[in-house]
Ligand binder design. Sequence first.
Ligand code: GLY
Ligand code: MN
Ligand code: MN
Length: 439
Amino acid sequence: MSTVAALYPQHLAELQRRTEQALARGGFDHLVVPSGTLHYQVFDDRDYPYAVNPQFKAWLPLTRAPGSWLIVTPGQKPKLVFLQPFDYWHVVPSAPSGYWVDHFDIVVIRTADEARQHLPDAARSAILGEPQSALGDYAPNNPPAVVNYLEFHRAYKTAYEIEMMRQATRIGVRAHRAAERAFRAGASEFGIHLVYCQAAAQDANDLPYNNIIALNEHGAVLHYTERDRLPPGELRSFLIDAGASHDGYACDITRTYAADAGSEFQAMIDAVDAAQRAMCDQVRAGPDYRQIHVDAHLALAGILRDFGVIRVSPEAALATGVSSAFFPHGIGHGIGLQVHDVAGFAASDDGGTIAKPEGHPYLRLTRELGAGMAVTIEPGVYFIDMLLDEVKKNGHADSIDWTRVETFKPFGGIRIEDDVVCTEGEPINLTREGFAEAA
Ligand code: GLY
Ligand code: MN
Ligand code: MN
C-alpha cells in the first residue's frame, strides 16, 4: 500500500471529527459541498480554467470533477454524488478509482441537475461553495460558524496532507532543477517557463500559481509574470518562484541564482540563504509567526549593512521603514490545499482576527504556530526604485549608500522560499528535504 493510501483513513477520520464539531457549532445535521462549476468569459462561450472548491478537495483527491457533490452526515459513511456526463465534446471525468473510493458511498449521475434528488434538506445543511453551484433554490449558505471552524483547523495538516505536500514538492524540485539548467544554458524567461512545465509534467493551469520566472532586473518585480520571449543580452541573475500541485495540494518554492558564481551578488544570495535557514528553524510550536517576520527584517537589514547597502543598524532600519523598502512583503503564509492557505489571521475557531504588526500590511499569517501547521518562509531583498524613492521622500536617504544600490540594481532581487512543517520538535523543511533527495 502506498504511504498516502495508508495515511488516508486517519485523515478522513480527522475531517469527520472536525465536521461533527463544526455542524454542532452551526446547528446543522449535514455538510454539503459542491465541487464547483465551470465559469464562462463574458459574452463568450469560452470557459475559465476550472478550480475545484477547496472544501471539496480537502476530502478526496478529485480536482477535475465539476458538478459533483459531497455529503457528510455524522455517524454515516460520506457520500459522493459524482457527475459523469454523457458528453462527446469533452473528456468526461473517469469513474472514481483509487485508495479513497471504498470510504465513500458513490452515486454516479449523468446530468448536473440529477444531483438535487440526492441532497439532504437544505434547511438542515451547511452548504459550502460558490453561489454558481446552486441547483435552483438549493444554494450554498456558507454559515460562518461552520466555515470558521473548518478553516481554522485546516491550518493543522494531517500526516496524509503532509505526505501530499511532500509529493508536490518532489515535482516542484525536479522542475526547479530543470529551470536552473535552462537558465545556465541561456534560455529566455518564456523558454525557462516551458522547460519548467515540461519537467513538472504540469500545464500552467495545473500549477498552484502563476510561475514567476525573472531574469536580471525583473527579479525586483515581486509578482513578475510577463516572461520575455527573448533572452536578455547579458545574463546576470535568475529569480524563480514556482510551485507544483499533487492531487490538490501545493508547494511554493523560490530560488535565486547568480550567473557568476564568484560575484558579490552570489555572496549576497548565500547570506540570505543562511539567514533563511535560521528563520526556518524558528518554525516551532509556540512562537508567534509575527515575531519571525520582525526578526527577518533585522536579519535582512544586517545583511544589507554587511554588504554596505545601508549605513544604519538593523534596529534603526526597522524603526524607520528602511528595511521595508528592501523587504516589502510578508515572511510567508500558510500553505496546503491553497498556496495561500485560509485563516491566516484567525484568532480562534469561533472567529476573530489577529492584527498584523503596525507598518507590515502584507503579512498573511499572524497566528501562533502549532504542530501540524505548514508555512512558507520566504525572505527577500529587492532593489525597487519606487520604494527607494519613498525612503528619500521620508527623509532617510542618508541611511542608504546609493552607489551600492546602483551596484545591485541590475540583479533585481533575491528571494529564497521553503515550505516548512511545524512539529512538536524539529521543523520539517519539505523543500530542503526535496532538494537533498534529488541531489
Ligand atoms: N508564489 C507566491 C508566494 O510566494 O506567495
Ligand atoms: Mn509563498
Ligand atoms: Mn512563492
